[in-house]
Design a protein around this ligand. Sequence first.
Ligand code: CS2
Length: 481
Amino acid sequence: MPADLARVARNKGPAPRAGIVHLGLGAFFRAHGAVYIEDATEKSGGDWGIIGVSLQSPTMRDQLAPQDFVYTAQELGPDGAKLRQVEIVRDVLVAREDPETVLAAMADPAIRIVTLTVTEKGYCHDPASGRLNRQHPDIQHDLASALPLSAPGYLARALQRRKAAGLPPFTVLTCDNLPDNGRLVKGIVLELARDIDPALADWIEAEGRFPATMVDRIVPATKPEDIEALADKTGRFDAAPVMCEPFSQWVVEDDFVPAYGKDARPDFAAVGVELVDNVTAYEHMKLRMLNGTHSSLAYLGYLAGHETIAETVADPVFAAYVKRLWRQEIIPSFTAPPGVDIAGYADALFGRYSNPGIRHRTWQIAMDGSQKLPQRILGTLRDNLAHGTPSPGLITAVAAWMIYVGGTDLNGRPIDVRDPLAARLKSLSDAAEGDADTVAALLGVTEIFDAGLAGALKPDLTTAYTRLKSDGVHRTLEALT
Ligand code: CS2
């Protein structure tokens, strides 16, 4: 921190008393859910201060504690930046350092909601089946110990404490980009709870609530140069600002723990959160249209040498590619939410991707593909196969992922692949001889591809893989459009 600058500090006085514990306090939740919760509290009151939890690293706590957990959200629009200070976070706990304090916070009677953004891999499940992965080392630990390591472990053990204390459960509000995320997390927690104590699982099943959500705001990781530029602009040092686009959307199933009555949740409706009975149509729209094309652009854009999404869609070949994906492959695969103009949604997405203020790296989005492909791309491919809709663009994206996880780009340079399955994917790719063999080996990873889909995709994927390697990205995409 530059010696001549003061830190950002509270303007609005102390944060409201805590009503929410958030697991996985990263940039996304700080720019999305926290902002809605602060707005709702300012508008309608309520004790909805947030206790953030970092499951592993102390960095977020160490950055936020000296500034009393206040931070800046910088909205970067095509026409300039807007600053806002967020003051709803009361504290940040570090689970690896002190699991007992985290469990005690989650079991506190004042806490009525536990929100989560632990990323896809944080649920310790098998992405293809949605089931708990009992082989996961953190889950094995959590089955044996009352002081957990994993997010599902914290949920199950904290709910166990609440049951023992005669308290109602908290609502579990997942804000990760997973398919049918509420039901998925409920299933994972119930599986773990049943292994710990069947009566606990029965109680969670009867009393617990796990509303599904659709969350949307593009929030790239904050870079050191963002921190410097903000300090230059404001004359104050903020160690952990968030950079986000102006757009934001949150659709939530209105199904919170009934025992808390009208205090079960912040007044979300007052601040533009869409409360609905069922989020499925919104989720399909967002995961397939946004995240599906984000991942496609990330792998293909990276291999074409593009650093960010904005740079990728400024390339006319990619602009034509992504528009074609929406129109011909993705929109026909699902039923749009009532009243939504889906072609307009696609146009708006293109505008959001083109926002030059948002430097969202293709490499960042390419992370954890093994956990992302099923809900972003493979579900669309499965539905298109069932309806006889050709999907050459999405198949090319999966082929690009296969090249990417092989760890070497099309010019022979190494790729820094970040994925929980990275080592296995690379060794499968290294051991295979020839393109058909590589594609077959990767399609054999059953956590990602079920056997039926793998068999159906194999011939076209092999062709796309070979073409990308021989013709390069541009010529391959040009041939599609
Ligand atoms: C992105 C998402 O990093 C990624 O994988 O696709 O974080 C995306 O920016 C958000 O889901 C937008 O709401």
